[in-house]
Write a protein that binds this ligand. Sequence first.
Ligand SMILES: C[S@@+](CC[C@H](N)C(=O)[O-])C[C@H]1O[C@@H](n2cnc3c(N)ncnc32)[C@H](O)[C@@H]1O
Length: 295
Amino acid sequence: MKRYTTAPLKFIGQKRNWRSKFERINFSGSVVVDVFGGSGLISHAIKASSPRARVIWNDFDNYASRLSKIVATEALRADLYEALKPTKPIQDANITDEQKAIIYAVTAWHTGYDEYTAQSWFNHQLLCLRKGDASIPRYYRLRSTPYPECSDYLKGVEREQMDFREIISKYKGLPNVVFICDPPYIFTVQSTYSKKGMDGSEHDFHSSFGLKDTIEMINMIGDKPAYIFASEKSEIHVLFDLLGVSSYSDITKSINIGTGNPSMLVEKLYYINGAKRSPHIQHSLFDNPERSAAR
Ligand SMILES: C[S@@+](CC[C@H](N)C(=O)[O-])C[C@H]1O[C@@H](n2cnc3c(N)ncnc32)[C@H](O)[C@@H]1O
């Protein structure tokens, strides 16, 4: 199985910096439920490295629908890239009238591509461009390398599409279940995630995934083993103590998120209830020299 180091199509919040950690854990014989599955990168990494694990990806955002458009998206990228090349586009420079006309013409006859990806090439202003908006959009970055065809990306992984409460309830009765929980971080900006629910209705997950949901998630996991991501600011360990989580360990990683201020995001990965329930899961992840604290 081909190993993907990043999700095939852009997904903000994908855990590419943690992927290799999960590849080092032996999940054979476990039912791994990727509760906040996002781009599926963690599900992919686990299935690729532990093929005998049953892996369930909760595709809350319907990323599968985006992946199904990757061939059409690549066709658009390739045509745009070739058509724009003679105009020598520069990242973050203003788009010229000539370039606007090319983008307008090329996108007009393509269909079925992933709208989010196409928008991201032009700083999410493609719509203004199409409408002939007077504002000058900025050229962002049209990658020169093709998008992978990726039919093998989630091969062997089962897909669900549920709210986290439903999926935890559905699988928590299995004796060998392990939950991977990478929710929108509390006390941080979450506005980059989908605002559409599974029924197509609008939700604001920025305000709707909060402390109450986090408490509910921890309580629902109960004494099952789980890997839980959190930002350093989330202080989730306080909740573990308050909610009686009997054992947990954690590692910390500083992630460079680019040019913002601050540009370093400190993320934590906790492993809870491990020793009690899943002796077959190697603790290698937490035995490495990175800052590790066992309680
Ligand atoms: C940090 S992202 C997960 C990224 C993922 N681990 C990856 O590597 O791509 C958090 C995800 O939780 C989803 N989410 C938000 N509210 C949810 C809910 N109530 N139930 C399930 N998933 C939810 C978001 O839409 C987003 O996809």
